[in-house]
Unconditional design. Structure first.
Length: 592
């Protein structure tokens, strides 16, 4: 009972002290505003080169003004509506002078001392400073969900207006301050706009409207441009991506087509957390677990009623070659590391509309080729197809205890304390998202164990100039009872985000041997940005760096012992990663 008390103390400490990175973004907004086009929607059409250039210029100004100009008027503005109202004017502008006038009409009411001219601007007079100045401070991107990110206005001391934005864009000279006059201590809320010029009464922005799609693209592109923390890691010319994305938005036929366009935009940031949401699809799944082995899509396990043997090579699903399906998804929708995109593609291959059947073209282990129809089932955690594993906490061999952290809660693990404390070898399976906290790590160390560096960006200027980081992470204090050091951790690309934090502690503090495949390389809290039309984009808002300063993003935690599943192993029903882990524990797993 004394041992049990130590575990309960650990659980309470972990629950209070650890902020666990979230791997799955939960939508915080309602469904799309409508399901069809209505009067007032602008139909799809191609943008000319001149229109694209003006929209690119507008996007740059809008992004900097929205996120870095802190006047009271800017706080009150409905910036989504401002973009929707501005886009048609920007598109219709003829010549540089008229374009400059349009920008003045759009921005001057909300941005102090806004200037746009086709001619060079004279000396900057700047605003009077009688009341002091505000400046925006962004602690990460404060989006639609509670994720530890925030923004606030900070009073600054300056003899003039402080920093200014001054650029030549699209033939125009544009200038405005990056501070706002302090008129008091109040922070006025945004005032939503409910009517739109030239639109019927009751019209609401939706993806059926060309203008809404273009505005949403500008807003989403700008959020990523300023707040994505991995531009120094990924090799992406983000400025060059804006034009093609604007054209895709202009040409999208409806809200679903634009959803696909946003997915492609998010694919291009190379972020495993990256994605776009519109509405929750009602889908079902074939109860067939797929694995990529030896360059083939292979059945790792299927429900007995399907009649598909493990180890069967899947050449096509619903008549489409699996190689084509893999490439299509990896190049158009999934984002992040190569191995994470492969894993995500395998998951999507089994999806389908409710009430449908999936047709698998397979080559069985004995070489027989056949077509198999499989009835899809509800998409639930319980129905998700997985090859068999041992019980969540069990003694797999005398003295060797297996723990599947994706299938056990803290309370359930605590109940097995005597089994864990008496084990001569431990195997923790991190292939999947853990159900509980990482408290067990404190019982695998004799000294303070630190996680990878979890760094929240602190952004005060456009383009991440002078960006600093508020460093955080986990501090795992050693606690009794001390469990055996003969410990192995199993990993693959399904270990994304939170489980990667656990693996980072293991790797950085030599708490055991990691066996299997690299984790996803997608760690750090997810942040969510809402866009006009009911769309949401998500991305990693926090930078995670390994303890030794090396890059984690799109690499993941690399195992000490790499194991690649084989077709023969799958056909035999073997879990080759678990087998390799057990072999190490039997021999007394060496510390990395």
């Amino acid at each position: 009972m004394k041992t049990l008390a130590f575990f309960r103390l650990t659980f309470a400490t972990a629950a209070l002290a650890l902020m666990l990175p979230l791997g799955v973004a939960q939508a915080q907004s309602a469904e799309p505003p409508r399901d069809s086009a209505v009067e007032g929607d602008i139909p799809a059409s191609e943008l000319s080169d001149g229109e694209l250039e003006r929209l690119r210029t507008f996007a740059r100004i809008y992004t900097v003004a929205r996120w870095f100009h802190p006047s009271d008027a800017a706080l009150k503005a409905d910036w989504d509506a401002l973009a929707i109202e501005a886009v048609p004017q920007v598109i219709a502008a003829s010549g540089e002078r008229e374009f400059a006038e349009v920008l003045g009409v759009v921005f001057a009411p909300v941005v102090e001392h806004f200037e746009a001219s086709a001619e060079p601007l004279g000396p900057y007079a700047g605003p009077a400073n009688a009341n002091g100045r505000w400046q925006w401070i962004h602690n990460g991107f404060k989006g639609m969900r509670q994720s530890g990110y925030s923004k606030f206005r900070r009073e600054i001391s300056t003899l003039g207006s402080g920093p200014i934005f001054h650029e030549q864009l699209g033939g125009l000279h544009v200038r405005f301050p990056l501070t706002g006059e302090k008129l008091g201590d109040e922070h006025p809320p945004s005032e939503p706009q409910t009517t739109f010029n030239g639109r019927p009464e009751g019209w609401t922005p939706a993806g059926f409207d060309r203008t809404t799609r273009i505005a949403a693209t500008i807003i989403g592109w700008g959020v990523l441009d300023q707040f994505y923390p991995y531009w120094d890691v990924v090799d992406v010319d983000w400025d060059a991506k804006l034009g093609p994305q604007l054209q895709r938005a202009a040409m999208a036929g409806d809200d679903t087509a634009f959803h696909d366009a946003l997915r492609l935009m998010m694919h291009e940031i190379e972020d495993g957390h990256g994605g776009a949401q519109l509405r929750w699809r009602d889908i079902e799944i074939a109860p067939v677990a797929l694995q990529y082995a030896e360059g083939q899509v292979v059945v790792a396990w299927a429900r007995p009623e399907t009649g598909i043997p493990s180890g069967s090579i899947v050449s096509a699903i619903d008549g489409v070659n699996t190689g084509e399906l893999m490439q299509r998804f990896k190049s158009e929708r999934a984002s992040g590391s190569e191995h994470f995109r492969t894993m995500r593609a395998l998951a999507v291959m089994i999806e389908g509309e409710p009430g449908t059947r999936a047709n698998f073209s397979i080559v069985e282990p004995d070489g027989a080729e056949r077509e198999v129809e499989v009835e899809r089932v509800a998409y639930t955690r319980e129905n998700w197809p997985m090859p068999p594993r041992p019980e969540p906490v069990t003694e797999v061999e005398p003295g060797i205890v297996y723990v599947d952290v994706s299938r056990i809660t803290d309370e359930e693990l605590i109940a097995k304390v005597d089994l864990l404390a008496g084990a001569q070898g431990l195997i923790f399976d991190l292939r999947g998202r853990p159900k509980g906290s990482p408290f067990f790590l404190s019982h695998l160390t004799d000294e303070l164990a630190l996680s990878a560096r979890m760094e929240r960006p602190v952004i005060e200027r456009p383009d991440q100039q002078g960006m600093s980081f508020s460093e955080g992470g986990w501090r795992m204090q050693p606690l009794l009872p001390r469990l055996t050091s003969n410990t192995v951790f199993l990993s693959d690309a399904t270990a994304a985000s939170y489980p990667e934090s656990i693996l980072g502690v293991v790797k950085g503090n030599a708490l055991g041997t990691i066996v299997g495949q690299a984790s996803a390389g997608a760690n750090g809290n997810v942040t969510l940005a809402g866009l006009p039309g009911g769309y949401r984009i998500m991305f990693t808002g926090m930078r995670v760096i390994n303890q030794d300063g090396s890059v984690h993003h799109n690499i993941g935690v690399v195992p000490d012992v790499i194991v690649e599943p084989t077709i023969a192993g799958l056909a035999a029903g073997r879990d080759e990663i678990l087998e390799a882990g057990m072999a190490l524990v039997r021999g007394g797993a060496p510390q990395p």
